[in-house]
Design a protein. Structure first.
Length: 555
């Protein structure tokens, strides 16, 4: 019964109780920092949703800025360690950093509320700077971070105030209550009716209510913002698209293109297994009804193409293997798909290329730029403006509604996803994104071969063992693959047939394996007679070299 304590002797705070109360207050303060930060991010998300600008959401803008500033070695490391999950890892890291900063701000807010408010304002400024320096930024993109910072500051102020008043009451309350006075009535302590003095002390309840309110703002803002951002979703538009039949069908893939060995890589990569490499933290959602491709720069007649115009071109279907410059010796950042698209050469010729131009600087809807030598588009190879992949519209992650595909060049100098702009220019005039970060401006794919089976560190039975793998030298073709066990002689592998020069090529050999530990090696020779380099070089600046080897155990 509360009445009993009210008439008892005034409660004296023991040192232990004081220590416990202090710890509790610090925890509450730290939690307040996290709640205020959550409210800030939730409000910012809502503002981004209202604006329909995912790239202006502070976490995503800062993450994207981070990607742009990431040095080469770290980017290669991230791709090597995390592959397609590199962006998830980045976002988790960012969220962890924000949480720690928020805890610190909360703790600081107990003694120095002005500092913690200034801290929130500083985070807002970082968000604004990140959003405004995106290549596709508009002035309005500053709004989400600004709104977030203001809401966060307001939330933190409320939380500090309610905590302070609770602390004051915790000190004065017991004495006043002992005298039968209510410390929490407005206008100072007054006597209050006995029946109201029940339940949780109202001061602490008020802190909890404020905290819950702030958490509510965070959750509602975050969820509503996410829902609003889905307005821009183009999956249903994509699902409703019917692709025209190609005027130029693909050459049939020869029956033996797939070598028969358990665990072997499929000759055609399904779209869902196709590697993905790009800098997009938020996938661009480009509506084909609003999409246009501009061809301009050093041309006689600038061209603007709509998606309907693209569908009306004489489309061709081609099997082409893409490869990433970040692929390491033995790596799997490559995939072979059947692309449907319009040949790029006639489109460029329609615009009329002026003398002196040697580069196509392509640009995506998210502001990425890639440099492609003009001669590789005009020399008769199947350089495509692709809109279909493996019989379907391009998946959103692979460039919907349109991307470039140029056989023989690494992706970063040819395979522009979500492409919206082609500028005819010169290498001396314009530098693309990765060139500014130390990669070569031109990068033909280097001859590559790898052993797919047996897998590294596998254990196999002595006797006849199938050794098989994949080799590529797009647009030059693979003319030979040799393999070697330990330091034995180099022996030719059997090459599988291919539909043309632009896909990878599988190979297989039979090995009479004796018990023990063995090293298998392979190397390919391309259509110009040049053999893959033995020398190990890293992916930057223009693609890795070196012979692939695997160590296995034979029992
Ligand atoms: N818009 C855009 N296009 C891009 C990139 C990018 O970051 N943004 N990355 C390029 C790189 S480095 C590669 S290897 C290929 C990968 O294409 P994929 O993801 O469809 O396999 O896309 C290229 N096109
Ligand atoms: Mo790449």
């Amino acid at each position: 019964m509360t009445g009993e304590r009210a008439t008892g002797p005034p409660r004296r705070d023991t040192p232990r109780r004081t220590a416990r109360a202090g710890a509790l207050r610090r925890v509450a303060a730290a939690a307040g920092g996290v709640l205020a930060a959550a409210a800030a991010l939730g409000a910012a998300e809502l503002a981004a949703g209202v604006l329909g600008r995912a790239t202006a959401s502070p976490l995503l803008a800062v993450g994207a800025g981070f990607i742009d500033l990431t040095p080469m070695w770290l980017k290669d490391l991230a791709i090597r360690r995390f592959g397609d999950d590199d962006k998830t890892v980045l976002l988790i890291g960012l969220a962890a950093g924000v949480t720690i900063a928020a805890l610190v701000l909360g703790l600081v807010s107990r003694r120095r509320p002005a500092w913690s408010l200034a801290g929130l304002a500083a985070f807002g400024a970082v968000g604004i700077a990140a959003a405004l320096t995106r290549p596709t930024a508009r002035l309005a993109d500053a709004v989400p971070s600004a709104v977030g910072a203001l809401v966060g500051m307001a939330a933190l102020t409320l939380l500090i105030r309610s905590a302070r008043s609770a602390e004051r009451k915790a000190v004065r309350g017991p004495q006043l209550e002992a005298e039968g006075l209510d410390p929490e009535l407005p206008g100072g302590p007054k006597r209050r009716p006995q029946d109201e003095r029940t339940g949780l002390p109202t001061a602490r309840r008020q802190v909890l209510l404020t905290g819950a309110g702030v958490a509510g703002v965070a959750a509602v803002g975050g969820v509503a913002g996410r829902l609003l951002l889905r307005r821009g979703d183009v999956s249903s538009v994509r699902a409703g698209l019917r692709l025209p039949r190609p005027a130029g069908p693909a050459r049939p893939v020869p029956a033996g293109a797939q070598v028969q060995a358990p665990g072997m890589t499929p000759f055609r990569t399904s779209s869902k297994d196709f590697y993905r490499v790009d800098t997009a933290l938020v996938l661009p959602r480009v509506d084909p009804r609003a999409w246009t491709l501009r061809i301009h720069g050093m041309v006689a007649r600038p061209v603007e193409l709509s998606f309907d115009d693209l569908l009306r071109q004489a489309l061709v279907e081609r099997d082409i293997t893409l490869a990433c410059v970040s692929n390491q010796v033995g790596g799997d950042l490559a995939g072979n798909a059947r692309w449907l698209g319009a040949p790029l050469a006639p489109l460029l010729r329609r615009a009329g290329i002026l003398g002196g131009a040697d580069q196509i600087l392509s640009r995506s809807s998210d502001g990425m730029t890639l440099s492609t030598p003009i001669e590789t588009i005009l020399d008769g190879r199947d350089a495509l403006l692709a809109l279909g992949m493996n019989g379907e519209p391009l998946p959103i992650a692979h460039g919907f509604p349109a991307r470039m595909v140029v056989p023989g060049l690494y992706g970063y100098v040819s395979a522009t996803k979500w492409v919206v702009d082609l500028k005819v220019t010169r290498f001396a005039t314009d530098q693309a994104y990765w060139t500014k970060r130390g990669y070569a401006p031109r990068a033909p794919i280097k001859t590559f071969s790898r052993i797919d089976v047996p897998k590294p560190l596998a254990t196999v039975k002595a006797g006849r063992v199938a050794v098989a793998g994949t080799a590529w030298a797009q647009h030059r073709g693979v003319d030979a693959v040799e393999w070697q066990a330990d330091d034995g002689p180099w022996r030719p592998a059997r090459l599988a047939p291919v539909p043309g020069l632009d896909t990878w090529r599988q190979w297989i050999a039979e090995w009479d394996a004796a018990p023990g530990s063995h090293t298998l090696r392979c190397r390919a020779t391309d259509g110009t007679g040049r053999t893959q380099l033995e020398h190990r070089a890293p992916p930057s600046p223009d693609g890795a070299t070196g012979w692939h080897s695997v160590v296995i155990t034979v029992t």
